[in-house]
Design a protein around this ligand. Structure first.
Ligand code: IVH
Length: 707
């Protein structure tokens, strides 16, 4: 007899429970039968939780309650398959208390922990070691026959390894796409005029449920097994099952652990969460199972889920949001990068409003349209990314993005730097406000001169102020001749570093601030600091000054090599391409980029102005090593030591050079003052001779030193 229970729902809850039921029904049907997620997993979980709470107030017979059901009825394209053992779902917990409560219910460990893969559940039936059937979960009792499609999954054996297999086993696991394969698949689908998938899970489900198994075969699906249904092999723990499955050649996860205590499980949960962004496929939590099979059996199951297992769900990395617009930002080398303007959402703990789309090819290959609902993914600290559009939510008002042909800030043409480049660049390198702002901000960055007060907002205020009419910085040439008189009158918009867009005030107008002046008209802290920082930057190591020029391909590594070898800007820019390319870590592309840069008049003007302003464009004193002796015997001289020395080591000679203000260089060039050569000297000696560089012995060198 059914217990007669009275509903404790108030009228508004009676309306809501029906609403929530209808929604869940709709989302489940879309999810299980059309491979579509109309809402994000996080939102779905919240609805289920809400329903569970409401259903608790309205006790129905257990079988009727939606939250006790597994999955959804099967679609119609495939033949029905009755599972030998019901395919269950899992109950969820969302925090350590929830997990501890479960652990108390099930009793002591060991517990088996493994990633919860965000894919779709599949059951494989092997008869005497031969794969005879594969089925989706369906409603848990009856699934869809996808045998032919499953045969195409990489790593799923058609015949088990070894001998004497049980008469019949059902192996359960998760089918999924790796993130990289998902992106490639979407690109291919879009290029063939098809509709992209919103996320990897949907694409796995869609790919496996293709009517034509030949299509499934072109999709690089993967599978990991995590359980069993009908089973007659002789083992006593879940982990022993995994060992057996692995022996039979089935794909099992390497990431599972058998742990003794709840605390160790919690540590595993945190470790895996930290590793989550680096895992090649998506995971949405950890599944914890009682390892001992006899204990599993005695705990049993509810109608929906086993009591001996629990899913610890991580916060969602994926959310749904609207793609409001696609704009283009211009980088310091002029590259035009499309980026998504999104309806702001919180994901992985931070609010996201923008996401880069890299280039116009990516916009195309992702298949997103302006106005789409899109799936946004943010994994840990990794930058947010749009996975794909939710095509089923389109209403026809969406429109494709067209890459502009002109720079959004200076209207110059956007064109590829060389034929065949995907990236387009603004051709107005010298005075495009965006490029100049980016280059100036880069000069202040850690990678270059590391000037604290020269951040993005300062850079933008200096290069493109609202007042005065003429900016104090029209090119890098003006940077080191800034004065307080030039700074004080500046009023400027506050520009966002990620997008190049102006921040808005409460009324929606562009925010304009006095950046270098306090209310009482006195210099602001930033102004004072900026001038002091710039003064100090004049004697920064040569390689940092070189990096700060934003010459394409010249990063800190190449810049250090160049500075060490040539010792001064003059030597670097007067060197031939061949000489530059010879330097370790430089090479021909970089060499060409450097000589090309120097050919521009306005670039040479930067060097001239910096020199006039007192910037030290040579490295005579090995400032890098903290030695600063402008009056030493070898000040300004680049000296090379080679071969073996007689009375001391080569390193000791080099130390003497540095101590006396010189530079101990590693290779000979025409800027080398002299070469100290000992027995065994080889190519450096030859080079010195060919360049007419003075060569002396160790004794002659020591003679030069002050007594
Ligand atoms: S065990 C009887 N282990 O998550 C217990 N399931 O939300 C069956 N899933 O239906 C599940 N990774 O499709 C288990 N390592 C894992 C899993 C996993 C993903 C799926 C599975 C299940 C769903 C429940």
């Amino acid at each position: 007899m059914k217990p007669v229970a009275r509903s404790q729902l108030v009228p508004s809850q009676t309306v809501r429970i029906e609403e929530v039921r209808a929604l869940i029904e709709k989302y489940r049907n879309a999810y299980y039968q059309q491979d579509q997620s109309l809402i994000s997993d996080g939102e779905y979980d919240l609805l289920e939780q809400e329903l569970k709470e409401l259903e608790a107030l309205e006790p129905l017979s257990a079988g009727d309650a939606l939250t006790t059901k597994v999955g959804s009825g099967s679609g119609s394209v495939f033949d029905p398959v009755v599972h030998g053992q019901k395919m269950m779902s899992l109950d969820n917990v969302f925090d350590s208390q929830g997990f501890q409560a479960w652990a108390e219910r099930v009793g002591a460990g060991p517990y088996l922990c493994e990633p919860k893969i965000d894919g779709l559940a599949v059951s494989l039936t092997y008869k005497e070691g031969v794969l005879i059937r594969a089925a989706t979960r369906g409603d848990g009792e009856v699934g869809e026959d996808i045998t032919q499609n499953a045969m195409t999954i990489q790593g799923v054996p058609h015949r088990l390894l070894g001998q004497n297999h049980p008469e019949l086993v059902e192996v359960r696991g998760e089918v999924f796409f790796e993130l990289e394969d998902f992106a490639k698949l979407n690109a291919r689908i879009v290029s063939q005029g098809g509709k992209p998938f919103a996320n990897p899970r949907n694409s796995a489900s869609g790919s496996l449920r293709q009517k034509d198994p030949a299509v499934s075969a072109t999709r690089p699906l993967k599978m990991l097994v995590h359980g069993f249904g009908v089973w007659s092999a002789d083992v006593s723990s879940q982990s022993a099952v995994y060992e057996k499955l692995a022996h039979w050649g089935l794909p099992t996860t390497k990431r599972y652990r058998v742990l003794e205590t709840p605390n160790l499980v919690l540590a595993y949960i945190s470790e895996l969460e930290a590793a989550r962004p680096t895992i090649e496929h998506e995971i949405d939590g950890v599944v914890i199972k009682v390892d001992d099979l006899a204990t599993q059996a005695s705990l049993g199951s509810t109608s929906r889920a086993p009591r001996w297992a629990i899913a610890y769900k991580y916060p969602p990395e994926q959310v749904y949001t609207k793609l409001l617009d696609i704009k283009v930002s211009i980088g310091r080398t002029g590259r035009a990068t499309p980026f998504a303007v999104l309806a702001p959402v919180v994901v992985a703990g931070s609010q996201v409003e923008f996401a880069t789309l890299h280039n116009q090819e990516q916009v195309k290959s992702k298949g997103v349209l302006i106005g789409d609902t899109v799936v946004l993914r943010k994994a840990g600290d990794v930058i947010p990314e749009i996975l794909g559009p939710v095509v089923s939510l389109r209403d026809g008002t969406e429109c494709p993005f067209v890459m502009p042909s002109n720079c959004p800030e200076c209207q110059a043409r956007l064109e590829p730097a060389s034929q065949g480049d995907i990236d387009l660049r603004c051709s107005n390198a010298k005075s495009c406000p965006a490029q100049l702002r980016e280059r100036i901000a880069y000069i202040g960055s850690r990678a270059a001169l590391d000037i604290e007060a020269l951040g993005y907002v300062s850079a933008s205020a200096l290069t493109n102020p609202v007042e005065p009419a003429v900016a104090p910085i029209l090119s890098e040439a003006d940077l080191f001749s800034l004065t307080m008189e030039k700074l004080l009158p500046i009023r400027a918009k506050v520009i966002d570093a990620d997008t190049g867009l102006a921040r808005k005030d409460a009324e929606g107008h562009d925010k304009v601030v006095d950046y270098f002046r306090k209310k009482n008209g006195e210099p602001s802290e930033v102004a004072v600091k900026l001038l002091a920082n710039l003064e100090a930057a004049k004697t920064k190591p040569l390689w940092r000054l070189l990096v700060s020029l934003s010459i394409r391909h010249v990063g800190p590594v190449a810049a250090r090599a160049l500075a060490d070898n040539f010792g001064s800007f003059r030597a670097i820019f007067e060197a031939s391409q061949e000489q530059l390319a010879e330097v370790d870590g430089v090479g021909p592309t970089l060499a060409e980029s450097i000589t090309g840069w120097y050919l521009e008049d306005w670039h040479r003007q930067i060097l001239a102005s910096w020199e006039d302003a007192g910037v030290q464009l040579s490295n005579p004193m090995h400032r890098e090593q903290g030695v600063s002796k402008s009056d030493g015997l070898f000040a300004g001289l680049s000296i090379v030591v080679t071969g073996s020395m007689e009375t001391m080591t080569r390193e000791a000679i080099e130390a003497l050079i540095i101590e006396n203000g010189g530079k101990a260089a590693s290779s000979v060039s025409k800027n080398t003052a002299f070469l100290v050569a000992g027995p065994g000297a080889g190519s450096k000696l030859n080079k010195a001779e060919s360049l007419d560089v003075l060569v002396i012995t160790e004794a002659q060198f020591l003679d030069k030193l002050p007594a």
